[in-house]
Design a protein around this ligand. Structure first.
Ligand code: MN
Ligand code: MN
Length: 304
């Protein structure tokens, strides 16, 4: 582990930051969620990434995470509320993971302040050997200053090449965990603020999947083709069901996805909702643990 971030880690971060700056003003009442997903994913590639680290997540209000549009989604943004846009790029497998929240009509200012300030306060704590529980404690106390709660059932996470959730977690609440951030490691830090109870429940639908590369279960010919194509295209990184639509000639992607889930060949990530259907905000940055503190790869030019 060096004391400087890998150039590809910084490049992946810069790209994702530029995409969020571009997308932010496009998230407005009446706009299709699918349009934003497609636009963000197009821009990640146009700005020079080698690939998407995961599908563009666009989660509204009590949806905390993991919503991405299915193929032909007609869902539009409401007139008021909180929209989390969470994106990831990779450059040679080096991942960026970053998110903003858009307040559609300015009614939810304290949610924006709570999650954004918590992220900045957490970034300030980053240094070699800082306890992960300390980072969580700072996130929790910053969010509580706005009269809100952190979502304790979601956390930040270590980033490693080709692995989005790698090893250690960064809690969003104070916890007695002795493990530390170490020099040269990379993390995504992502506070979530809510007026609910801070828990998470899974919804009935999943639109994001990942490959179980070791699964060898016997499959029919068409399902096997889809499995092999998904392994080849997305490797260990999460993908959207939408991305497979029309990709494999003569195969209905949704049928194949269901069969692959039943066989255990892929894993589905259901849409996650706040436990009491509270409103949810989120901000996220990717950071490198440098000798004197965090080096943020996903910092945006227009950020204060
Ligand atoms: Mn994220
Ligand atoms: Mn993340």
């Amino acid at each position: 582990m060096g004391d400087k971030p890998h150039p590809d880690f910084m490049k992946a971060g810069k790209i994702a930051g530029k995409v969020l700056s571009f997308i932010e003003s496009k998230v407005k009442p009446g706009v299709k969620v699918l349009k934003i997903c497609r636009l963000a994913e197009e821009k990640i590639m146009a700005f020079g990434a080698n690939g998407l680290a995961f599908p563009c997540n666009v989660s509204i209000n009590e949806e905390a995470a993991h919503y991405t549009s299915p193929h032909s989604d007609t869902k539009v943004f409401p007139n008021t509320g909180l929209v989390k846009v969470d994106i990831g790029a990779h450059v040679n497998g080096y991942i960026s993971d970053t998110a903003i929240t858009v307040d559609l009509d300015g009614s939810y200012e304290k949610y924006i302040v709570a999650a954004k300030n918590a992220l900045e306060a957490a970034i300030e704590t980053v240094r070699p050997n800082v306890r992960l529980g300390e980072v969580g404690r700072v996130i929790e106390s910053t969010i509580k200053k706005q009269g809100l709660k952190p979502i304790h059932q979601l956390s930040g996470h270590q980033l490693k090449p080709w692995t989005l959730h790698a090893g250690k977690n960064v809690p969003n609440v104070g916890m007695k965990v002795s493990s530390t951030m170490n020099l040269g490691e990379t993390y995504a830090i992502e506070p979530f603020a809510t007026n609910g109870n801070g828990t998470i429940k899974s919804g009935p639908y999943a639109y994001i999947f990942s490959n179980n590369m070791k699964n060898k279960k016997k499959l029919d010919r068409d399902t096997l083709r889809v499995r092999n194509a998904a392994r080849q295209m997305f490797k260990t990184l999460p993908w959207a069901g939408r991305w497979l639509h029309g990709k494999i000639t003569g195969v209905d992607a949704n049928v194949a996805i269901k069969a692959l889930q039943r066989a255990g060949a892929i894993h589905g990530y259901p849409v996650l909702y706040e436990g009491k259907d509270g409103m949810v905000s989120q901000f996220e940055h990717s950071v490198f643990v440098g000798p004197t503190g965090a080096i943020v790869s996903t910092r945006r030019d227009n950020e204060v």
